[in-house]
Design a protein around this ligand. Structure first.
Ligand code: SAH
Length: 229
């Protein structure tokens, strides 16, 4: 039988409020991200607008504006705000960019991309998370294009993209993702082993992928054809 108790996200729909307390905590989080090295004011403003507490179950509400990752069910996590801000900054999103996000998860990162004015396409491999987030995000006023499937192969039906963001740790940079970028396009993807990955950025310059590497992170594994088996 359907019971709202089992659907914390649905329950939130009836409870999302964004008062001075939440906004105050969010401003503090933004200050912390700035101290940790995030410089792009547009990224910080976007994080400052998304009501992260709406993604949390009652019992975890107090943790919504800590700079930490949290479980969202199905063995998956809502990424740490610093990680979201770091990836978004490296992606250099401009208003109007067509952006593919791989690993919808809670949908929080997609909201940040939407707040930056991007046209967001997001794909999730876990059916339960896909259904849950597709139902939940529009209730907060966020409407990316949702797809269910293996994002390790990108989203050929909607390619090419200005930007592609992978929010799960990959063993390799999938060729398909590079092929789905426009000239001048950017891919940001954590690459490494199952426990630890280096943030990799690839920009297509004169038809060729140019690679940069940044800090280490710990993402949940990218599954699927080009992911972990
Ligand atoms: N961006 C999310 C964090 C996602 S955690 C957020 O803001 O909350 C990583 C997500 O990637 C998980 O939901 C996982 O199910 C998903 N995932 C793993 N492999 C995938 C694949 N091959 N295609 C699409 N999604 C995948």
């Amino acid at each position: 039988m359907f019971n709202l108790k089992n659907w914390p996200f649905l329950r939130q729909i009836f409870m999302v409020k964004d008062d001075y307390k939440q906004r105050g905590l969010r401003n503090k989080l933004v200050k912390k991200l700035r101290l940790k090295g995030i410089q792009d004011e547009r990224v910080l403003e976007a994080v400052g607008r998304v009501p992260r507490h709406a993604f949390f179950d009652d019992a975890l509400l107090l943790h919504a504006y800590e700079d930490k990752a949290f479980p969202i069910g199905e063995g998956q996590t809502i990424s740490q705000p610093y990680t979201v801000a770091f990836q978004t900054e490296k992606l250099a999103v401009k208003a109007g960019d067509k952006v593919l996000e791989i690993g919808t998860g809670s949908g929080y990162q997609a909201c940040v991309l939407l707040e930056m004015g991007a046209n967001v396409y997001t794909i999730e491999y876990n059916r339960v998370l896909f259904e849950r987030t597709r139902a939940f995000l529009p209730k907060l006023g966020y409407n990316p294009y949702f797809a269910f499937g293996d994002g390790s192969k990108g989203m050929p039906s909607k390619a090419p993209f200005d930007k592609i963001l992978v929010t799960a740790g990959a063993p390799v940079v999938p060729d398909d993702l590079i092929k789905q970028l426009k000239e001048g396009g950017t891919l940001v993807i954590p690459v490494g082993d199952r426990e630890r990955q280096k943030m990799v950025r690839i920009i297509i310059k004169n038809g060729k992928p140019v690679r940069d590497e940044f800090d280490n992170f710990a993402f949940v594994p990218l599954l699927g054809d080009q992911g972990w088996k």
